[in-house]
Design a protein around this ligand. Sequence first.
Ligand SMILES: [Zn+2]
Length: 615
Amino acid sequence: MNRPLALPIAWTACAALTAFAALATAQPAAGPLLIEHVRVFDGTRVLTDTSVLVEGGVIRSVGANPARPAGATVVDGTGKTLLPGLIDAHTHTIGQDPLKQAPIFGVTTDLDMFTDPKLAAGVKKQQQEGMLPDYADLRSSGYLATAPGGHGTEYGMAVPTITRPEDAQAWVDARIAEGSDYIKAILDDALEYGTAKPTPTLTKETLKALAAAAHKRGKLIVVHIGTLQQAEDAIDAGADGLAHLFVGPKSSPGFEKLAASHHIFVVPTLTVLQTLCGTSFNSELAEDRRLKPYLPPAETASMKRSFNLPGKMSCEGAYEAVRQLSAAHVPILAGTDVGNPGTTQGASVHGELELLVRAGLTPVEALRAGTSAAAAAFHLDDRGQIAPGKRADLVLVNGDPTADIRNTRDIAAVWKGGYAIDRAAWKTSVAKQFEEQANTKSAPPPAGSESGLVGDFEQEGPPQARFGAGWSISTDEIAGGKSVAKMEVTTGGAEGSKGALRVSGEVLQGFAFPWSGAMFSPGPTPMAPANLSSKKAIQFWAKGDGQTYQVMLFATRLGFRPATQTFVAGPEWKQFTLTFASFGGLDGSDTMAIVWTAGPKTGTFAFELDSVRLQ
Ligand SMILES: [Zn+2]
């Protein structure tokens, strides 16, 4: 993660997720479901020895002894607790597949805070038609409101920016036309993350106009903030809710009074703040025995990733603010900012609940933050509670999370709209993925890789590789992007050698994280894993137009999210050595591809590579 700056909204560089749309299936009719003798947290309070009856995907009754309808599935809830389906109030959902993981962990509603609006609209349309019964229900802001060059524009997406209050209504109306469920805006110049100069951000006047424009259309506006001052300005400008809390060692007495008097809600996203503040909380969460069997290798890796920030930050002020806000009865919502390093869909919500308790909420207050408080704040009147007439989004857990919040992780069953989520099948597929990964570790190194030389480009014609499936062009075109590239063997290589590989082209807006470059596949076919663990590093010479380039390492354990390092290709040949370990702790044993690319910055580019080898 060598991005110079990654804020709590940064998306991990995902290459091909959108290409993996799942087959849509309509929701089959589920028979009645009766959960008996169970402790119920109904969204606000705890009921003991209760029975909950579900019919047609809706909760019919909550009480002592309902009649058992014919053909009902009966579940004994003795020793267990039934919770409303959890709501993650801050996600970034790229592609629909992450939505399938969320309900495995009991998260049945995803409130996305910035993604491609076309993607969100596609998922929501299917869900309205009764498709994707086992995917979390999606709501989304679509694009976010930000200044030109501001936070949210760094991912290569064509984000429509705004600079003047008088454009606010048109901007908001365009989002609503695209399908936005609420408006998300950025008030953050990134200085608190140790950047040298401020990132452009909205003015308070423009934010105020955006809030008024959203409210005129009956939409909420949620404002991303980074400092206490920005939080106060956002509240003053008319924000309905804050995304994130400020980092730093202190809160400020009085902030909670301002928040309470303006009736706002707050989504602290302590999960992603943990990553920013450099704690090991998320890495440890990935190892929790109740979650681990359901976490695919790539997601485990994601939870162990961190931001690469210039300085160390403190999260104490955020914790203090949560305490103060809660004491002032400001609604606190559980949101993870999933999509960022240190996070994963679903499982991260359980971490957020624990962090809220660490901040000072009682377990019951934390459970409200993950259920009824989120539903109330976003006017999702059909969910967030276990009560007659509500959707049967239900999580059955072993033990009592109102005594120990970590018991939310010990999931016995999940239903979404009455549809039973198949956690067993998911668990089997996760085990299989780990098994495949272990197999690559014992595979022999690719034939011809012994000397380590990948390519010296001394021969004219198409670029030759000494082993593997060779060199190919790699661009975001496979994910629906528009970037272009070409490669050719050219004369005049490093250290006076005869030839080099020249890669040139243009990175174009189209896909989030556009990229364009050249790829080496060490396995027998492109993207097939090869065991390169007998070597420790990738070494190459490069020169070019002075721009910053990325080396992306694809490994099966990372799924389709590569680990990246950057290098600058200057006018003179320079040698670079990047260890596998420096790519987030990889060991080379499951290498699918090594890619040298331009992007996500758009524009034309040209660089040359030579003497590419493994060391
Ligand atoms: Zn975010």
